[in-house]
Write a protein that binds this ligand. Structure first.
Ligand code: TPP
Length: 569
């Protein structure tokens, strides 16, 4: 054996960095602290882009959307117990939304944690993470780092993507081993998300069902956007001539202005369709579980394309389940259909076009007002034009009215350009998504935020300024949650539970960190400010003053609020 001083050594820090690099993981989103501060420094020095946030939840949301945009697991790096818990909401969010993400967290000493002897930041993190993710692993030996990361990557991206937890106790980082043995312990993951080819019978059954349709409809979900099978999906839609309805984050997969887009005739197509083909969309609450009033009384047949077999029959009967990855399924449908597949009946497609034109015409004048203070439509009319002129910009959107109305008003033209609250309707994704969208795509980002929604991640404007990211934040400031006009009924001096400080100037927050702040009181001012921000690429925050009386309770989902029969009116 070589004398000790000649032996080349490695350790846990370096093995994790090497394992990341070997697997093309080039970006990490996190917050430093014991035991991962030095890891962040060393990873940065080794050429990994390490983005430091002000709160782990935002770093976690950044990692989750990086996963959605790239099909590689987004990495969030946190400290033990409190940092871990702060990252956990995002991990659960990633799992719920089917975004591949790995939460890598330092943890305290096993021997002390397991005996509950009160270690620094003591917590049994693995046990807590488990029910909130697809898989959770802990590494105790440096020689297992390579295999552990490989397992984590595969778990995150294969099958239905989701969140994975990787627990790294403090001691692991400093563990030393022979460098050659360390190199040999690393694993480069080959074919991390293998294609899952649908059964030929399933394809046949789906096409038979479609052929019998008089009023067919395709619903595109964010799974279809994730798949990056854009050309195949376009071909399927156009060859079949079937109207399509994009779910929120599938907008732009085909342009919202496409003649077959039924986005502006949503209630008509849900009610009147007879055969519905779901592509990467689940029949959860966002689609009223596939039943009830919004689906009308006519009988429906559902075809569903999904990578997860258990998704079938989750809410209603699926007569033609097609299980496989969306790219493979859609390609198989396309080749089995051929060029002579019957087009969707013209009376149906014409009825939808008519409805759509009516609805668009009804909305148009509302989008052109130049009222001050602004209403939602006046402000959104401006942003709609800006996205039309800059279709490669990424639109981030959260809030209640700000979300529901922007989704309806702002047309999208390219795939994966609209990023929003997702399956949970969660507030707080805004600034984390904005950072990751800018970092991962290099495109300009426009974040349209309710004033409440923004508050959940607002401190990250410092992060955006620090990294000089091309992010323009527009805050729809109506002085509160849903509206700014509620009054405390009790007679005490406290404000009502849904209102904020009146006339707040969020733009000044941005100026505090060297960004550009603008207070916009009319659609014209808003337009000028957003265009200037998008042209300059400078971090900008525009406080868009919206009428406090504008907006309705919970936006478009007020019906989900439970009602007290005893409430005093
Ligand atoms: N907490 C989280 C994490 N997620 C949520 N969805 C909520 C609370 C409840 N919630 C839904 S929308 C919303 C809140 C707090 C804010 C709505 O107000 P705002 O963002 O100002 O949008 P507006 O309706 O005024 O346009």
């Amino acid at each position: 054996a070589a004398p000790a001083e000649e032996q080349e050594l490695t350790d846990g820090f370096n093995l994790l960095i090497d394992a990341f690099k070997l697997n093309d993981i080039d970006t990490v989103y996190g917050v430093p602290g014991i035991p991962i501060t030095d890891f962040g420094r060393m990873a940065q020095a080794a050429g990994i882009r390490v983005l430091s946030f002000r709160h782990e939840q935002n770093a976690g949301y950044a990692a989750s959307i990086a996963g959605f945009l790239t099909k590689k697991p987004g990495i969030c790096l946190t400290v033990s117990a409190p940092g871990f818990l702060n990252g956990l909401t995002a991990l659960a969010h990633a799992t719920t939304n089917c975004f591949p993400m790995i939460l890598v967290s330092g943890s305290s000493e096993r021997e002390i944690v397991d005996l509950q002897q009160g270690d620094y930041e003591e917590m049994d993190q693995l046990a807590i993470a488990k029910p909130l993710c697809k898989a959770a692993y802990r590494v105790l030996h440096a020689q297992d780092i390579g295999i552990a990361l490989a397992r984590a990557i595969r778990s995150a991206v294969s099958g239905r993507p989701g969140g994975v937890y990787l627990d790294l106790p403090a001691k692991l980082f400093g563990q030393v081993m022979d460098a050659a043995a360390g190199r040999a312990s690393l694993v480069k993951v080959i074919d991390a998300a293998p294609a899952q080819i649908p059964a030929p019978d399933a394809i046949k059954r789906a096409l038979e069902t479609l052929k019998g349709a008089k009023r067919p409809l395709i619903i595109l979900g964010k799974g279809a956007a994730y798949a990056q099978a854009d050309d195949a999906i376009k071909a399927l839609v156009e060859t079949s001539g079937i109207p399509f309805l994009p779910m929120s984050m599938a907008k732009g997969l085909l342009p919202d202005t496409h003649p077959q887009c039924a986005g502006a005739a949503r209630s008509t197509v849900l009610k009147d369709s007879d055969v519905v083909m779901l592509i990467g969309a689940r029949l959860n609450w966002l689609l009223s579980h596939g039943k009830g009033k919004s689906w009308g009384s006519a009988p429906k047949k559902f075809i569903q394309i999904d990578i997860e077999p258990r998704e079938m029959d989750s809410n209603v009967e699926i007569v033609a389940p097609v299980v496989g990855d969306i790219g493979s399924c859609v390609a198989a449908l396309n080749s089995a259909m051929g060029a002579n597949f019957p087009k969707a009946p013209a009376d149906w497609t014409q009825a939808i076009s008519k409805k759509r034109e009516e609805n668009v015409a009804k909305m148009a004048p509302r989008l052109m007002n130049n009222n001050s203070p602004m209403d939602y439509h006046g402000a959104l009319g401006v942003l709609r034009t800006i996205i039309k002129e800059r279709p490669d910009a990424i639109l981030i959107n959260e809030g209640a009215n700000t979300l529901d109305l922007a989704r309806g008003v702002i047309d999208m033209y390219q795939p994966r350009k609209r990023l929003d609250v997702g399956t949970w309707g969660v507030m707080g994704i805004g600034m984390g998504y904005a950072v990751a969208a800018a970092v991962e795509t290099g495109k300009p980002v426009l974040a349209v935020e309710g004033d409440s929604a923004f508050g959940f991640s607002g401190m990250e404007v410092e992060t955006i300024c620090r990294y000089k990211l091309p992010v323009c934040i527009v805050i729809f400031n109506n002085d509160g949650i849903y509206r700014g006009t509620d009054v405390n009924q009790s007679g005490t001096p406290d404000p009502a539970t849904t209102v904020f400080v009146k006339g707040s100037r969020y733009d000044k927050m941005m100026e505090a960190f060297g960004g550009v702040g603008v207070n916009a009181t009319s659609p014209d001012e808003l337009k000028r400010a957003v265009n200037a921000a998008m042209d300059s690429g400078k971090p900008t925050l525009i406080n868009a003053v919206i009428d406090p009386a504008a907006g309705s309770e919970s936006g478009r989902i007020g019906n989900l609020n439970p009602q007290s029969a005893l409430k005093k009116k």
